[in-house]
Design a protein around this ligand. Structure first.
Ligand SMILES: Nc1ncnc2c1ncn2[C@@H]1O[C@H](COP(=O)(O)OP(=O)(O)OP(=O)(O)O)[C@@H](O)[C@H]1O
Ligand SMILES: [Mg+2]
Length: 223
């Protein structure tokens, strides 16, 4: 009898490349592996392709070439761009948290702050409205926003507050893999480290803004 074979990597990518429109290079020939529990930083100058790469990994942008594999719930690597769309969406929804560089790209601007935070849990099957509301308020407190604003729309918050809402939304389901694209741009250094403390319990690929306090958490930097 064969037991369940667990892959040591949560994310493995090979030779990923993406061009846009008339041929502008987004990213080219990127390969890396991230083992369970690792926190890895991708650094590079502006326009070098960090966001493009993360979007290829997070299911937002189909690469032109290469393989992107992410662990499923049974700890097996699955090539996300070879899966049927339904399977890909289900895998990414259940295993991956994604923080966009611009908070508006990661929030639903037409539903409340609280609904934004707990929507990933609702999509995963949570149905208890009062429990969802309690969780939303706890997260608001955690990200240092008045829980009394649970019903406000994201557009009524400042840029830094919107970024904190997006971080709460990305972390709420405790994803196996976190993909974070400059998550702390617009945040005070004093709140960065505390708000990002939960990344220590997820496998994380992050593009740090320069001189960020959480950069100390990163085991590796890749250029
Ligand atoms: N949707 C798009 N359409 C056309 N070109 C794009 C698109 N998105 C990115 N690019 C191009 O791809 C290249 C890499 O951009 P990308 O946003 O990935 O860089 P980045 O490393 O994230 O930069 P920054 O540090 O400023 O966020 C740039 O030349 C950019 O103009
Ligand atoms: Mg970017």
């Amino acid at each position: 009898m064969t037991g369940l074979v667990r892959d040591p990597y949560v994310l493995r990518i090979q030779a990923v490349a993406k061009r846009f429109g008339s041929g502008r290079l987004g990213c080219h020939d990127i390969s890396l592996e991230i083992a369970s529990g690792e926190i890895v930083a991708i650094v590079g100058e502006s326009g070098s392709g960090k966001t493009t790469l993360l979007r290829c990994l997070g299911g937002h942008l189909r690469p032109d070439a290469g393989i992107v594999e992410i662990q499923d719930k049974d700890c097996r690597l699955r090539p996300i761009w070879s899966l049927q769309e339904e399977q890909r969406v289900a895998l990414l929804r259940s295993q991956v948290g994604f923080i966009h560089q611009r908070p508006q790209d990661g929030l639903q601007m037409n539903i409340s702050a609280g609904a934004n935070i707990v929507e990933p849990l609702a999509l995963a099957g949570l149905r208890d409205f009062s429990q969802m509301r309690r969780i939303a308020k706890e997260w608001l407190e955690y990200i240092e926003i008045d829980p009394g604003r649970v019903d406000d729309l994201p557009g009524s918050f400042s840029g830094g507050m919107q970024q904190r809402l997006q971080i709460a939304r990305g972390l709420v389901k405790r994803p196996r893999l976190l993909l974070m694209d400059e998550p702390t741009s617009g945040l005070d250094v004093s709140v960065q480290a505390r708000i990002l403390e939960p990344i220590r319990s997820s496998t994380t690929l992050i593009t740090p803004t320069p001189n960020c306090s959480y950069r100390r958490c990163c085991e590796h930097e890749r250029r």
